[in-house]
Design a protein around this ligand. Structure first.
Ligand code: GLU
Length: 475
């Protein structure tokens, strides 16, 4: 068997679409699994929508996911002469013909045919006119056989196809001389010796016509694998308005590339009950035989679960490097690598579903000014806690070392001095005092991270806030 060659053929839309990313991942994985080659081809014939910038965004999305290609990017816009050559060949051997029917007239005839119970396909008016190149403005149509099946074996959907009589002679070259998608894709897949065409199920209905083109060119069919649709959590078609469909957006929302790749590979493929697949596992295990036909739901909780899994597993340096841009955004400026920050990030691993969430949870460490949560302040910084906080602050100032153990001892002493107070009664006001809110890692760890000077200063501010309420009450 010829060695495997797959391709990814995105239209440059300005971002990498979720469904396209899954297609790319499967095509890449299939090539890698079988020691084959993965080709990248940009389908940029729609000039209005295509630009190098839009292409770059697609490539950037692939890079981010960790997908590499062996050949390309090829661009359809650079292959126009080749399509013209093939069209000439099809015309020369009478597999295609020139058509001078005009658009409005075609439409009127189609409507009349539909009204009369016909199929609305081209009526073949120019089919046997044998028009030459001097026939004026014209399109080129493929001479599709009047009967027989245009069929193929799909590795996912099984034997597929359409009766040739349902298709009619399709246009393969526009009147401006440019090739249509169905022709270009077949010429490219042939020239690039693609053995496995792996793409979204939305292209399944295009394939019979492509089969007709392969036959007209007397070329063998590649294997086809159409991938099941991806739907939103609601089960409805993904919509740009309702759903996040851009890989770059997932990145910006703080998801790790490995989590997104792992999530994508499971949108349509399974390997027993396994859920965790790194790229290495994917290249080792992925196979088209285990791709299902039913639509796959893009469930965000699943992605969050995976992301948390990978966040927990990241090495410290790697975690720091990846969360760093998000930290700087929250800080509103540059963020230094310090042991305290490293410690905090470690503490936050368990609590963070995304890097963005992690950075948000570190806000009290990143900015000197705290954002106080008013509800927590109301509840925990009451006038009665002022004396407790004062004793703690005074004790902190003279604490021999700033460690969890020493802090714990200080808290015990202050609790005893105030009639055997429960630790929670002490911890929560302190937490609000040093983080501005009621949630943070363990209080001693939190204080250790905040550091002595800032803890003392923040307790001072909290004491003022608590006392101010007493004053307000009295006056
Ligand atoms: N350019 C097409 C798309 O982005 C893919 C065509 C193909 O894979 O054959 O949907």
């Amino acid at each position: 068997m010829a060695s495997v060659r797959t391709r990814f053929a995105p239209s440059p839309t300005g971002y990498l679409h979720l469904g396209s990313a899954r297609t790319a991942l499967y095509s890449w994985a299939y090539a890698r699994r079988h020691g084959g080659r993965f080709v990248l081809r940009i389908e940029d014939t729609d000039e209005d929508r295509s630009s190098r910038k839009a292409e770059a965004a697609v490539l950037e999305g692939l890079h981010w996911l960790g997908l590499d290609w062996d050949e390309g990017p090829f661009r359809q816009s650079e292959r126009r002469d080749r399509y013209r050559e093939v069209l000439e060949q099809l015309l020369a051997d009478d597999s295609a013909y020139r058509c001078v029917c005009e658009r409005e007239d075609l439409e009127a005839r189609k409507q009349a045919d539909l009204a009369a119970g016909g199929k609305g396909i081209y009526d073949g008016r120019c089919r046997n006119l044998h028009l030459g190149p001097d026939c004026g403005t014209h399109t080129v149509r493929l001479r599709v056989p009047a009967e027989g099946m245009l069929d193929f074996d799909d590795l996912v959907f099984g034997h597929s196809g359409q009766d040739a009589s349902q298709i009619g002679d399709a246009i393969i070259q526009r009147s401006d001389g440019t090739a249509l998608y169905n022709l270009a894709v077949v010429v490219d897949d042939l020239d690039m010796s693609i053995t496995h065409v792996i793409r979204g199920a939305d292209h399944h209905p295009n394939t019979p016509l492509q089969v007709a083109i392969y036959r007209a060119l007397d070329a063998p069919l590649p294997a086809f694998a159409h991938l099941p649709l991806i739907v939103g959590e609601s089960g409805k078609k993904l919509s740009k308005r309702r759903d996040n469909v851009s890989i770059q957006q997932f990145r910006d929302e703080g998801y790790l590339a490995e989590a997104v790749a792992n999530w994508l590979v499971r949108l349509g493929w399974s390997h027993g009950d396994d859920e965790i697949f790194g790229l290495d596992d994917i290249t080792r295990l992925f196979d088209l035989a285990n791709v299902g036909r039913s639509a796959a739901r893009a469930e965000l909780p699943k992605l969050e679960w995976l992301d948390q899994h990978y966040i927990k597993a990241l090495k410290g340096d790697d975690l720091f490097a990846r969360v760093h841009p998000h930290l700087e955004r929250v800080a509103g400026g540059s963020v230094q690598d310090t042991p305290a920050l490293r410690k905090l990030l470690d503490l936050l691993r368990e609590r963070s579903k995304t890097l963005v969430e992690m950075a948000e949870l570190a806000r009290w460490q990143l900015r000197d000014e705290l954002d106080y949560q008013q509800k927590a302040v109301q509840k925990h910084l009451r006038p009665v806690v002022a004396p407790l906080l004062r004793d703690l602050r005074d004790g902190m100032q003279t604490l021999s070392d700033w460690s969890e153990g020493a802090l714990q001892k200080l808290f015990d002493e202050v609790a005893d001095a105030h009639g055997g107070l429960k630790m929670g009664k002490l911890a929560q006001p302190v937490r609000v005092a040093v983080t501005g809110g009621p949630n943070s890692p363990g209080i001693f760890e939190t204080l250790e991270v905040v550091g002595r000077d800032r803890s003392v200063q923040r307790l001072g501010r909290a004491i003022e806030m608590a006392e101010a309420r007493a004053d307000a009450h009295e006056s």
